[in-house]
Ligand binder design. Structure first.
Ligand code: NAD
Length: 479
């Protein structure tokens, strides 16, 4: 195995922390820096500040040994050969990425550099950020021989972040000098040579010794664009299937069959063809907007990206209208909201469609009982418990006496509900599924009225606002 590298990771969020413990897992010595003292204290106590599968295990294994945590960026930089910047790059007022956190970190790095360092952009940043990083370092008097800037975008997904990092589809390194390329190759060698996968205690995933991780070395500009283009393409896939779902609904076709049929084409593939409430999270919305701004700055017409956003935004209205046409009026109605996180497997609520939908429903006068397996604490910071909003202990408590159950997040737990028990909890057996987690047949078998995306309602035609409710709907629900 290649010699271990002394690595500093700046930022201990969803990307920085996973990168830090994963670099430790593949044999490197890591210092992870955050300017939030409470977060660093939590990490010193061996606790994970975020919900992420396998993170507690890696923290227990490497915390205080191969990975340490600090607020002292200067010291961490001086101890390290490579400095990974993994701070937030949120959406600014114009849609472009707000790079002020990155700039602040680069300025601090500049004040601490005492020997050659490779400075790595791990945060998602617009093209030419590598140039800006270089300029900031020069302005602080750091000479060109003291550093190289590398773009090494991260493709992990929250919920499967550790395995994504250790078993990546690809590792992209955008680099301008052989010296920096050599260090980056050394850092990722355990994954690209496969030596990590041959260890008996390695975490198992898609890569192995005969199929190790692939490394793509390119220019910094290309690497920066690979990240934005990848996220924009995935968002496009989601919006595309949602647009098709709306069409499918209009002609009483079934989007699940359509997605299966389309996804069987190996040129397209089945992933990211799930119709529903659309994407959210801290990446797709801001990255689509930032990529569009990048194109506009270069006077490139990339209207497609705005269309992707518009379709995604519309899905929330489509869902709201489904709720309305199922329940007629909302004032005083009791709704179970299953899901708060922007997707299953995480406690992240940034740009969560679930939160947006709940806000709209509350504004319309509904009473909500919400439940999420991991994101309730975070949700309470933006939607505090109130007379019209209660946080429940589980899906069944949330559904107690509900006029309808709304599925807002694709947690596995919500796809495996005990439908007999759910039927007993609710006031009216109506499920409005924003994530298409159930087959229509499962709902027919359990005598639910079921509304989803891109498929005929169950019972068929029950919810068309223009038509009367069917006999069976009336018979079951009006008491
Ligand atoms: P995050 O908000 O979870 O974490 C950022 C961390 O950086 C916070 O803990 C914050 O306290 C810390 N920080 C901010 N300024 C600092 C400073 N000056 N010094 C030290 N620490 C500082 O963000 P995230 O979700 O981990 O995202 C980080 C970057 O990675 C973003 O550019 C994002 O687009 C990108 N990314 C995110 C994901 C994801 O799934 N979350 C995936 C791929 C790429």
């Amino acid at each position: 195995m290649a010699r271990p590298v002394a690595i500093c990771v700046v930022g201990s969020g969803y990307v920085g922390l996973i990168a830090a413990v994963s670099f430790a897992e593949i044999g490197h010595k890591v210092v992870c820096v955050d300017n939030d003292p409470a977060r660093v204290k939590t990490l010193h106590e061996g606790r994970a500040p975020i919900y992420e599968h396998l993170l507690p295990e890696l923290l227990a294994k490497h915390g205080g040994r191969r990975v340490e945590f600090t607020t002292d960026l200067g010291l961490a930089v001086r101890k390290s050969d490579a400095v990974f910047i993994a701070v937030g790059t949120p959406q600014g007022d114009t849609g472009a990425a707000d790079l002020s956190y990155v700039e602040a970190v680069v300025s601090e790095i500049a004040r601490s550099i005492d020997a050659y360092k490779v400075i790595v952009e791990k945060s998602t940043v617009p093209v030419y950020t590598n140039e800006w990083v270089r300029r900031v370092l020069y302005r602080h008097g750091v000479g060109p021989k003291s550093f190289d800037v590398v773009s090494n975008p991260e493709f992990l997904r929250e919920g499967t972040a550790v395995l994504d990092f250790l078993h990546p589809d690809r590792i992209v390194v955008g680099v301008g000098t052989e010296r920096a390329a050599e260090l980056m190759r050394r850092i990722y060698d355990p994954l690209t040579s496969g030596s990590y996968y041959s260890q008996p205690d390695a975490l198992r995933g898609t890569c192995n010794t005969s199929n190790p991780a692939r490394l793509l070395v390119t220019s910094a500009q290309s690497a920066e664009i690979i990240k934005h283009a990848s996220n924009a393409f995935l968002a496009l896939k989601i919006s595309f299937i949602n647009a098709v779902a709306n069409l499918a609904e209009a002609v009483e076709a079934d989007i699940e069959d359509i997605a299966a049929g389309v996804g069987m084409d190996s040129r397209i593939g089945p992933k990211f063809l799930r119709a529903g409430l659309g994407y959210g999270g801290s990446c797709f919305p801001k990255d689509v907007a930032a990529f569009h701004c990048v194109a506009q700055e270069q006077r490139i017409d990339f209207q497609l990206l705005d269309e992707v956003r518009k379709i995604n935004d519309r899905q929330r209205d489509v869902f709201f209208n489904k709720v309305l046409s199922a329940l007629w009026t909302l004032r005083g109605k009791r709704l179970a909201a299953l899901g708060l996180a922007f997707k299953g497997g995480t406690d992240d609520i940034r740009e969560s469609p679930a939160i947006a939908v709940i806000k709209t429903l509350l504004d319309a006068g509904a009473k909500i009982a919400a439940y999420d397996p991991a994101a309730m604490d975070r949700a309470m910071t933006v939607l505090p418990q109130a007379e019209n909003l209660h946080y429940a202990q589980d899906a069944y408590e949330a559904s107690k006496n509900a006029d309808a159950v709304l599925i807002l997040t694709d947690w596995k737990e919500f796809a495996e509900l005990d439908l007999v028990r759910l039927r007993e909890s609710v006031r009216f057996p109506i499920v409005i599924d924003g994530r298409n987690l159930y087959t229509r047949q499962a709902m027919i078998d359990h005598d639910f009225t079921y509304v989803s995306f891109g498929r005929p309602d169950v019972p068929s035609g029950a919810m068309h606002p223009a038509g009367a409710m069917t006999e069976s709907f009336g018979a079951r629900n009006i008491q």
